[in-house]
Design a protein around this ligand. Structure first.
Ligand code: SF4
Length: 161
């Protein structure tokens, strides 16, 4: 419906920041429970569904992926494409669809603030957060909790020194 807006990632980046700034003062009430949670889930299903074909993973990484939802990759890859991208940039599983990661890369180049976040290696998605509110998970800190054993790239370089 509104998916064409994904081709304006700079605008979406501004919209993301504006939403974050608008919600931040209410952080202490933004907990994933009760009516607040129900309201956010419905709101995200409607708005992010229309814009990004959001799959409600509950751990949104759009600003790291060129405002392109990685959960639309048939393999749900969160860290770049598989080895099967076709020569025309289309998906090996759904040949009529452009590879999500080809689009993510192209769009990330048009995002001055978050574009290079695409180089960060993301932790595995927490499947227990499926169908929960990504905004509430973000503000409550749940989304930032990495699985046991996950060591991010920054930590690895500290260990290697
Ligand atoms: S919350 Fe997850 S499924 Fe929804 S747009 Fe963000 S990354 Fe995609």
């Amino acid at each position: 419906m509104l998916r064409w807006l994904q081709n304006f990632p700079h605008f979406l980046q501004v919209l993301y920041d504006a939403t974050h700034h608008a919600l931040a003062p209410f952080r202490r009430w933004l907990k994933p429970r009760g009516i607040v949670e129900k309201t956010f889930i419905v709101a995200e299903e409607i708005t992010k569904g229309a814009l990004f074909n959001c799959q409600m993973c509950g751990q949104c990484v759009l600003h790291s992926t060129g405002m392109t939802c990685p959960m639309n990759c048939p393999k749900n890859l969160r860290n770049g494409p598989c080895g099967g991208v076709r020569a025309n940039g289309h998906c090996e599983i759904i040949p009529e669809m452009r590879c999500v990661w080809v689009q993510a890369w192209e769009r990330s180049r048009a995002m001055p603030k978050y574009g290079d976040d695409i180089f960060n290696v993301l932790p595995p998605v927490n499947r227990r957060l499926q169908n929960t509110s990504a905004w509430l998970n973000e503000f409550s800190g749940i989304a930032q909790k990495n699985p046991a054993g996950w060591i991010d790239a920054q930590h690895i370089s500290t260990i290697q020194r």
